[in-house]
Write a new protein. Sequence first.
Length: 163
Amino acid sequence: MSDIMMTKTATRFVVTATLLAAVSSPAFADKNKNAFPKLNCGESYVLGAHKNAVPVADKEAVAKPKSLSDSQVAEVMKNHLDEIQYCWNRLPAKLRSSDASVMLSMSVAPKGDVVDKTLVGDAPQEAKACIAGLIERWQFPAAELASDVEYPVALRAVSVRAR
């Protein structure tokens, strides 16, 4: 342990002696003999002209056409959930006595029109027909490519009171 301590002390002594010898040498002579020379820490290095150039995007990434994003689909569906609820509420209470679900599968043209639709699920046929009629009129945002959209909808049961 003392050998290690001795080595650290000896190293500090050698470094200090080297710095003092360098400062007192004639090459570092200055008007003020007690002043240390200013070390060059990169202030005078020139790496080349600095340009404020805007980075160029990858041409392949820019040229790739895009379809509808998930957020665009979610926004349209959020705006039309009341219509789906209307179709569910139109059914007699006996048909709505248990929960149902419907998977809406739609093909959306680049202009935003729904060109094809498929409804799969355990909802009554009357509700599916009503929802299919509504989907034909929905308008999605325009996109560069056609989009295939799948969106699940849960339909909640209503309690049937005995009369």
